[in-house]
Design a protein. Structure first.
Length: 285
């Protein structure tokens, strides 16, 4: 009897572990035209470094606190089209001594509060415009910030692809580089994606997804500059409609910007910013 029991135990333990079933984690989202989305987003650099280099090569650096916050109401208007009402737009860029204490927060009202934008996806990228008029200079810069973020976040569908995946699976997606000089377009490197697990919530199963890598960009937002960004994205995606209800991104932002100095000579501005992005999206009923 004992020998039979031991034999059964050995047989069970020697059987291969059952693999989790494949899950559809990407594809066309189940959001109908007219769906209203509330998005709250904050990008924070608690303490970064800004360096101005003179034409002589002399450098001067300061610490910087940088914040960009949006509260958006997004109306889906079909595939690749949205109407966006900006409920809140807050900005801060505060400089202080490298080794000094950070001053109190100095948030200011942004240029897009109360405006309505039209977002359209064309040629693989997003374009944002004011709905009813041409933007003023400050508004145009703020619109470019929104457009930049939307285009960078296209790494998510590109990395997740269209295949079903199993919890615990890791893969290295191939992100094609843009052709030609690719000004203003990201060139991705060392991208990895992981399907962590499935979490059950009141509104159904949610996938925990992770995407990491880096990209460079030449002449972003029509500036004479170059930037390099690393990113580690953690997504909580509701599987019923593939909506990313929670997103957190951590990484570093570095750039080099050619600038005109007060004496008329050409210098450079460098930024080295460790950043954190937090975003939530919910459906308004």
């Amino acid at each position: 009897m004992r020998a039979t029991l031991l034999l059964l135990i050995l047989l069970v333990t020697s059987l291969p572990a059952q693999q989790p079933r494949p899950v559809a984690i990407s594809g066309k989202a189940g959001l109908r035209s007219g769906t209203m989305l509330r998005e709250k987003r904050e990008i924070l650099v608690e303490k970064g470094t800004a360096t101005l280099q003179q034409a002589s090569g002399e450098k001067r650096s300061v610490s910087t606190r940088w914040l960009l916050r949006h509260n958006l109401m997004r109306r889906v208007q079909g595939t690749g089209a949205e109407e966006i009402e900006v409920r809140e737009h807050t900005f801060e860029e505060t400089q202080f001594a490298l080794n000094g204490p950070a001053p109190a927060s100095q948030e200011t009202r942004g240029a897009l509060n109360g405006v309505t934008l039209l977002a359209r996806q064309r040629g693989g990228g997003w374009n944002f415009d004011l709905k009813d008029r041409k933007p003023a200079e400050r508004q145009n810069a703020a619109i470019l910030d929104l457009q930049f973020f939307a285009n960078v976040m296209e790494i998510v569908p590109a990395a997740l692809g269209t295949q079903t995946r199993r919890p615990g699976e890791m893969w290295k997606p191939v992100i094609p580089a843009p052709r030609g000089k690719a000004y203003g377009l990201p060139v991705f490197k060392d991208v990895e994606a992981t399907f962590g697990s499935i979490e059950e919530r009141d509104d159904g199963p949610h996938a925990k997804l992770f995407i990491s890598g880096s990209f460079t960009m030449e002449q972003p937002m029509n500036t004479v500059s170059r930037l390099e960004i690393t990113f580690a994205i953690a997504l909580t995606r509701r599987l019923s409609d593939l909506l990313d209800v929670e997103t957190e991104i951590k990484g570093t932002y570095k750039d080099s910007i050619q600038t005109r100095l007060d004496d008329g000579k050409t210098g450079f501005m460098f930024h080295d910013y460790p950043y954190v992005v937090k975003r939530t999206i919910s459906i308004e009923k």
